[in-house]
Design a protein around this ligand. Sequence first.
Ligand code: SF4
Length: 301
Amino acid sequence: MSVLKFNQYLILEQGTESCPVATQNLEINTKRRNAAISADYIKYGPLNLTDEKYWEEYAKKWKTTPDVAKQSNCGNCIAFDISTRMQECMPGEVSDPDGRLGYCWMHHFKCHSARTCYTWAAGGPIEEDSVSAEWQSKNEEDVNKKRKKKRKTKNSPDWQSKNEEAVNEKRKTKGMKEGLHDTSWENDEGDKITLMDLLNATEDISVERVSVEELKPHLLSWDGDEEEIIKIDSADLQYPILIFVDNDGEFISIIDGHHRAQKAVRKGLKTIKAKVIPINDLPKDIRKVFSHMNQLKKKKK
Ligand code: SF4
């Protein structure tokens, strides 16, 4: 978690007596202010208070004159918080010759009383600490609702089935089917062998340690795929990975153990246990299932 996000988390979680994060963190405040300036439905401004063009446009929205429109500004907006508690949250001077800074509970940044936006609503400013606290608590309720909704969406059967489909698709493209207790491979003709078959056929091949660095270019990448990351974390490095090589000992493919190899990379290990299997020494029925790999290698050559 970045420092920025961590600070944000702390301040949001501290309850209704804490300062809104944008009053404490200039970077977040600027980001939100810029977003409010560029969003068509907000158009916070004008940046230059003498920008008559802004006020003319703003007046059109309210079907009035620019001079009248100027009276509907942050300074009297229902969301503009200038309570004592909020003033204490604002570092530095809050007043200037044009007006003062306050906190906008609608768009969550420090806005200026002489400016305005397209979501202005009459009824402000907020001067009482108790009203300010009510806005904050309402805001936190909304944030929590959004978080819950996000979690719900992520846990919904729909999302899960989509996720599973994506994972299965990846497996299909590798020509590999994985169950909880077995791994098997199948060719286009329907010939199938299991991991157990492969291990039995290679029991005479001793386990050695191979360079993790050399494996890196051949590893599958699952960046951001939570399910695969969990698998990588729980991979057991005591079991050797299985690598196919050609007659000259040239690498063909990691046939089993991508998660273990990824774990070794992430742990910064120099070597990993492996069985290096010359594919052409395998029994015919097994070679048949992996024949496409040999052809791939020949084409590369
Ligand atoms: S919502 Fe109100 S306080 Fe917030 S920027 Fe718009 S006018 Fe200003």
